[in-house]
Design a protein around this ligand. Structure first.
Ligand code: ADP
Length: 485
């Protein structure tokens, strides 16, 4: 191990903000490696050299040309100095696989060769570690795209002079996407037929990449402690709960952090006024500006409920539509930003048409508006059916926007309801995923809003919490040390 008990880490990811991203994985891949490197760990991040990365025009130097077993020779690795400082960023080139407009697919669905693309990426990372002699006490893989890494380490590198000592961590960001393929595609995984059995990569006669990550990694993590418990049950296990129960000793949950610089109401350039825990007045100015921007025409002291979300069943967007009459019956106004399922988008459009002036909907992805909604809302609603971690409830806590959440995954871990502990409370939670439960929790929140002293205490509790990556990074370090020790 690196001197000073600081294990070195190779972090493999298919997404990285702002170069290539489709969800939470891109945020984690930017923040966690940088936080680890800031703690003194040597960290090398690997990302495919996508078209979107080239478009950004970042400076990248060719550092190695590799032969990759099963794929051929002449593959180039680039290093992008400064792109992810203090961590190092390496880019794996394969233009046929990665010089495409989308990450995982185009308008017509997933790319048909995703298995080959990411198998190549995984195998090449290991060859690059060896060729460049990169420090790699830990190889950290994420989601199905890089799930073959722990399998390759076990199968092909067990006796390798360098990689034989590496330990692997596999993090599940969303168990719903598993990378399942027909069993006839086994050869494309790069794994030998001897690994195609129920204790290996086989899943009901097919190939399941997520399963490979869970089976072969030395440690498996997910992005909140509660979700780590939930995925051991049939309700949340997506068909892998039995395996996850069997691997219970290796499975743990570490909550994601937030980018505390980008999400800071004291400095946020997207807000029309700044504010903080001890100088909250600017929040009212944010609310006033948001009312004007969105065309809300109710009295300014009307409690404003914000939502920024993918519009999907996972996020419970349908529950909000179902409960809309009762929600509005609580005397609130609604500001919703999101996109996703066309039926749900349409439902929200109708809602705004019916309740013009009290309900404002913006369909699309708009980062600046998402900050203004956090800044200008009083309450933030997240009724997710499942939520591996969730970021917006943490942004909301920081912005003094009291979260009302379904008690699942990271929402359960980060929220504390007054019904359980009034002194420590920072928001409101409901458990059954039904509209009556949602409305009851929101009703309690609205009641609290009209009690200014209690409301202030609730907001101050959330605004005082440390939700930064440095807390989470230290938990990963503990895990790495246990493995590498
Ligand atoms: P997931 O990755 O499951 O969508 P997370 O809460 O982990 O959910 O992360 C979602 C991120 O995407 C948050 O930072 C959220 O603010 C952002 N986001 C989602 N939809 C939009 C949107 N329409 N406009 C701007 N930001 C959005």
């Amino acid at each position: 191990m690196t001197p000073g008990n600081t294990p070195s880490i190779v972090f493999a990811t298919s997404e990285l903000v702002p170069l290539a991203t489709s969800g939470g994985l891109g945020d984690v891949s930017r923040s966690l490696p940088r936080a680890l490197a800031a703690l003194g760990h040597p960290v090398s991040v690997f990302l495919p050299y996508y078209q979107s990365v080239r478009r950004r025009g970042i400076e990248a130097h060719h550092v190695a040309t590799l032969s990759v077993p099963g794929h051929g020779s002449g593959f180039r690795i680039f290093q992008a100095p400064g792109a992810l400082a203090p961590a190092e960023l390496f880019l794996v080139e394969h233009d046929h696989y990665f010089d495409r407009p989308g990450l995982y697919g185009g308008g017509g669905g997933e790319y048909a060769d995703n298995l080959e693309r990411y198998a190549f990426f995984c195998r090449t990372i290991l060859e690059a570690i060896a060729a460049l002699d990169l420090p790699a006490d830990i190889v950290h893989a994420n989601d199905w795209h890089t799930a073959l890494l722990p399998a390759y380490l076990r199968v092909y590198f067990r006796d390798h002079s360098k990689l034989g000592a590496s330990r692997s961590v596999f993090t599940i960001h969303n168990l719903a996407f598993q990378g399942r393929h027909a069993g006839t595609r086994l050869a494309a995984t790069g794994l030998p037929a001897s690994e195609f059995h129920i204790g290996g990569v086989e899943y009901y006669s097919g190939v399941n990449l997520m399963k490979a990550g869970i089976v072969y990694a030395d440690a498996v993590t997910t992005v909140s402690p509660r979700y780590a418990q939930e995925i051991r049950t049939p309700e949340f296990g997506e068909g892998l709960d039995g395996l996850l129960r069997a691997r219970s000793d290796a499975l743990s949950g570490i909550l994601n952090g937030i980018d505390a610089d980008a999400w800071n109401p004291e400095t946020d350039p997207h807000l029309p006024a700044r504010y903080g825990r001890d100088a909250i007045a600017g929040k009212r100015a944010c609310k006033e500006a948001l009312f004007a921007e969105l065309g809300l025409r109710v009295p300014l002291d009307t409690p404003l409920v914000g939502m920024v979300t993918r519009m999907t069943r996972q996020k419970g967007s349908d529950l909000v539509l179902e409960a809309s009459a009762e929600i509005l019956g609580l005397g609130v106004a609604l500001a919703v930003l999101g996109s996703g399922d066309p039926d749900l988008e349409q439902g929200f459009r109708y809602l705004a048409d019916w309740y013009g002036g009290r309900v404002a909907i913006r369909i699309g992805y708009d980062e600046a508006l998402s900050h203004r909604i956090e800044g200008g809302s009083d309450l933030f609603l997240m009724p997710s059916r499942y939520e591996p971690c969730g970021l917006n409830q943490m942004y909301s806590l920081r912005y003094g926007t009291v979260p009302v959440v379904r008690a699942t995954g990271g929402l359960d871990d980060t929220g504390r309801d007054p019904a359980a502990d009034s002194a420590a409370a920072n928001g409101f939670k409901f458990r059954p995923p039904f509209r009556g439960d949602l409305v009851a929790a929101l009703g309690r929140a609205v009641g609290a809003y009209w009690n200014p002293g209690g409301w202030d205490a609730l907001r101050r509790t959330g605004m005082g919490e440390d939700l930064s990556w440095s807390v989470s990074a230290r938990k990963y370090v503990e895990l790495y040390r246990r493995l590498a020790g």
